[in-house]
Every structure is written in structure tokens, then in C-alpha cells.
Write a protein that binds this ligand. Structure first.
Ligand SMILES: NC(=O)c1ccc[n+]([C@@H]2O[C@H](COP(=O)([O-])OP(=O)(O)OC[C@H]3O[C@@H](n4cnc5c(N)ncnc54)[C@H](O)[C@@H]3O)[C@@H](O)[C@H]2O)c1
Length: 345
């Protein structure tokens, strides 16, 4: 099977690329290489005969059509996106452009390619999205696939719009689509502006560890390699036109997650004082969603998929990975905006 993966030089996309190559699949990686991308994320597969990379923008229809025609993939997995909520508050334009217009452009290129192929039923346009489209929960309840959309940040609104477009192309044109909405990912190769790497790297640098508000916000945390495995499962066995929520079965308050990371660092890189002493509460993000939680019943019952890693295990692996891969993260810390407070409103 040949997969065309957009955003394969990013955090989750690169995990999917590595997992797919490990399964013996062929991969066409299409990425614009924005500030969030790093080709080192796919260095381990770069010389594989089943792997090819195209430096291209999903907003450019001609480029997408040319790559599809030239590489003849069996399926498309669409992960390319602007993904950082704080950046979407400061500059929503890029989110509208890539997440909405880019998804529309890719859908049209995919539709024309699929039609030219004789509309094979086995073709898939797999759209990768977020649980943030469902909005914010109170203390109880969980997001199911039937939860009404209620996005509240420019990022989640742009992802919600892209989900609607993908469903519409399925209904209107018969394009064989499948969708997934997943919770917060963490793990190796996570760009150093996101919460988990910020905590690890600020802790190691002896800096303040910033926690928004009182750290009471709750997220469900999914280890990125489990997410990649779930995506490949949905791609191969998910029902046509269906969407699947993917969660880690690991709900935690931000402050507890930060304390867990600090405790792993205390074990692995001990110093005189506990790393948790560096925790500092900072002004909250505007419109900060209180709680996300995923009801994983559908993917578990219909596809037999469950996460393999607990939050404790996943965080231990992640902290170890950052300690062992300083060259990787140091190179990214100099990129624009990294290490500064974004999206404070
Ligand atoms: N990180 C999470 O916790 C999370 C959770 C749920 C869903 N998602 C979704 O998963 C997908 C991947 O997220 P991520 O965290 O890996 O993001 P990321 O920011 O790490 O990577 C995004 C990749 O897309 C590429 N890209 C951006 N604009 C592009 C364009 N116009 N054309 C081609 N490539 C472009 C970037 O260069 C980068 O390599 C996104 O669609 C995101 O919405 C992420």
C-alpha cells in the first residue's frame, strides 16, 4: 500500500511516516517545511527505498495534482496543519489559509486524482483532526463522535471547518473519506513550544516552568506512537465515511502532568532541589478550554484498538528521549517565537 502523508515532517506526521515504513508500506511525504517541521524527524527512514519526500504546499493545487499523478498513492493521510493554539491567537490568518483553504485544495486535487483513477472504492482520504472541535467540557462527560461541534479558538475553529469540508466531499462527491479526532499528543520529536517539551526544557535550563492559570485545565494525553498506530488501524479497517475519536485514556490536570514530568527528571537527572520548585503560574490563555475527555468506545468496540502506553510510562519515555536528543531540540529552540510567551491576548 502506498500512502501520501501531508505534514510528515511534523510531530505526529513523522511518527506516522516512521510507523508506516516499519510496517513495509510505501510513503510519499508532502510537507511545506514551516517553522514546525524538521526533516530530522524522518531521518531514520530517509534512505528507505519505500520513502520519498516532496517539499510542497497543500495550498498549491497544481503542485498537489502533479505529486498525486506522479506518485499514484492508494490513500491520502492529511496531517498538514498549523497546530499551535497560542500562535492562532496572535495570527489566525495562517490557520485559515492552511487548515481551511489548504484542506479544500487538497480535497479538490484528491477528487480529480480519484476520478481519473476510475473512482476506486479502496481509496481513502483520511483527515486527521482534534478533539478541540468539540469545545470545552465541565467536570463530567466525554466527547463522543456525536458531540456537536463547538470550537472556541481560531485553531479549533479552522480544524472544525476542515472536518466539515471533508465530510461534505464524502457526501456530495462520494470521495471515500474517514476522519479521526484525537486528544493531546506527547512524545519524542514534539516541537519545543508545546507544553510537555517546554516543561522538560525549561526545567533542564533552570528556568521558570510556566503553567497557565492555576493549572486546573484537564486534558486526555495520548502517546504519539499510539496515535500513529491508531491512525494506521483506522486507515485500514475504519468504515467508509465514519469518524473515530482517539484518546489515551489518560486524563490529567495540567499541574499534575507538570509535576509528573518534574518527578521523572528528579529521578533521571537529579539536582540539589526538586524541579517542581521551578513551577510558576502565569496569566491564563484567553478562552482556555477547561476540560477535554474522549469517549473511546467506538474505536475500541469496532476496531479493537486501545492505547498501549500509560501516561506514567509515556512520560518516562519522553523525558528519557529529550535527555538523549539534545542536539535535536537545541537546533529548534532558535526558531522564531520559540521560548517566548505567545497568545497571551
Ligand atoms: N499535536 C496534537 O496534540 C494534536 C492533537 C490532535 C490533532 N492534531 C492534528 O494532527 C495534525 C498534526 O499535528 P502535529 O502536532 O504533528 O503538528 P505540527 O505542527 O508538528 O506539524 C505540522 C506539519 O505540517 C506542515 N505544514 C504546515 N502547513 C503546511 C502546508 N500549507 N503544506 C504542507 N505542509 C504544511 C508543517 O511543515 C509541519 O511539518 C494536525 O492536523 C493537528 O491539527 C494534533
Amino acid at each position: 500500500m502506498k500512502l501520501l502523508i501531508t505534514g510528515g515532517a511534523g510531530f505526529i506526521g513523522s511518527a506516522v511516516v516512521r510507523a508506516a515504513i516499519a510496517q513495509g508500506k510505501a510513503v510519499v511525504n508532502v510537507d511545506k517545511l514551516t517553522y514546525a517541521a524538521c526533516l530530522d524527524n524522518v531521518k531514520s527512514v530517509a534512505d528507505n527505498e519505500n520513502y520519498v519526500f516532496f517539499h510542497a504546499d497543500i495550498c498549491e493545487r497544481a503542485a498537489m495534482e502533479r505529486i498525486l499523478k506522479e506518485t499514484q498513492p492508494d490513500v491520502i493521510m492529511h496531517l498538514a496543519a498549523e497546530s499551535h493554539v497560542d500562535r492562532s491567537i496572535d495570527g489566525p490568518g495562517a490557520f485559515i489559509e492552511t487548515n481551511i483553504t489548504g484542506t479544500y485544495t487538497l480535497l479538490e486535487a484528491a477528487r480529480s486524482y480519484w476520478s481519473a483513477q476510475g473512482k476506486p472504492e479502496a481509496f481513502r482520504f483520511h483527515h486527521i483532526s482534534t478533539d478541540e472541535v468539540y469545545g470545552s467540557l465541565g467536570a463530567t462527560g466525554m466527547f463522543t463522535e456525536d458531540t456537536p461541534y463547538d470550537p472556541r479558538s481560531p485553531y479549533s475553529a479552522s480544524k472544525a471547518a476542515s472536518d466539515h469540508l471533508v465530510r461534505a466531499w464524502g457526501e456530495t462527491y462520494g470521495l471515500p473519506v474517514v476522519l479521526t479526532n484525537c486528544s493531546n499528543n506527547y512524545g519524542p520529536y514534539h516541537f519545543p513550544e508545546k507544553l510537555v517539551p517546554v516543561v522538560i526544557l525549561n526545567a533542564l535550563a533552570g528556568k521558570d516552568i510556566p503553567v497557565y492559570g492555576k493549572g486546573e485545565n484537564i486534558r486526555d494525553w495520548l502517546y504519539v506512537e499510539d496515535h500513529a498506530d491508531a491512525l494506521l488501524t483506522v486507515l485500514e479497517r475504519g468504515a467508509l465515511g465514519r469518524s473515530y475519536n482517539i484518546g489515551g485514556e489518560n486524563e490529567a490536570k495540567n499541574i499534575d502532568l507538570v509535576r509528573m514530568i518534574c518527578a521523572h527528571l528528579d529521578q533521571m537527572r537529579p539536582k540539589d532541589t526538586p524541579y517542581a520548585d521551578q513551577i510558576t503560574f502565569v496569566t491564563d490563555r484567553p478562552g482556555h478550554d477547561m476540560r477535554y475527555a474522549i469517549d473511546p468506545t467506538r474505536i475500541r468496540d469496532e476496531l479493537g484498538w486501545r492505547p498501549s502506553v500509560t501516561l506514567e510510562e509515556g512520560l518516562e519515555r519522553t523525558v528519557r528521549w529529550y535527555l538523549d536528543n539534545e542536539v535535536w531540540w537545541r537546533a529548534l529552540q532558535v526558531r522564531e517565537g520559540v521560548g517566548t510567551r505567545l497568545g497571551a491576548g
